[in-house]
Ligand binder design. Structure first.
Ligand SMILES: Nc1nc2c(c(=O)[nH]1)N=C([C@H](O)[C@@H](O)CO)CN2
Length: 118
């Protein structure tokens, strides 16, 4: 299975279970792997035949920056739904980190895989 990836996509949002977290904006970091037939774009050298990582980045920046959730699980699941249902990507592995959430230098978050590997 070929994949297109995006790593280290840092987006400010409002997220957390505590009242003080609901009043601030803080970064989350997304790492994505997405199934894509690389050979198609390679054959034509046209972006129309490739999975456009720039367009995906802009869509997720828009969604995540406007979102307000308590759990990283919810945000990760909603991002995966956009990738699969709206953008038609058949399989995605998404890592969502919330840096510093439990202490300086500590990284916490979730990893989800959704869809069928092609
Ligand atoms: N599984 C999860 N555990 C926790 C989450 C979460 O989103 N998923 N969130 C928090 C707090 O918001 C924390 O990040 C800041 O105190 C705690 N545990």
């Amino acid at each position: 299975m070929d994949r297109v990836f995006i790593r280290g996509l840092r987006i400010d949002t409002t997220i957390g279970i505590h009242d003080w977290e609901k009043r601030i904006r803080r970064p989350v970091v997304l790492d994505l792997e997405m199934a894509s037939d690389i050979a198609r774009g390679a054959a034509t050298d046209r972006i129309e035949d490739a999975l456009d990582y720039e367009a995906i980045t802009r869509r997720l920046e828009q969604f995540v920056s406007e979102s307000r959730f308590e759990l990283v699980e919810t945000l990760a699941e909603r991002c995966a739904s956009i990738l699969r249902d709206e953008l038609g990507i058949p399989w995605v592995r998404l890592t969502l980190s919330k840096p510093g959430a439990v202490g300086e230098g500590v990284d916490v978050g979730v990893v989800i895989e959704r869809g069928d590997r092609c």
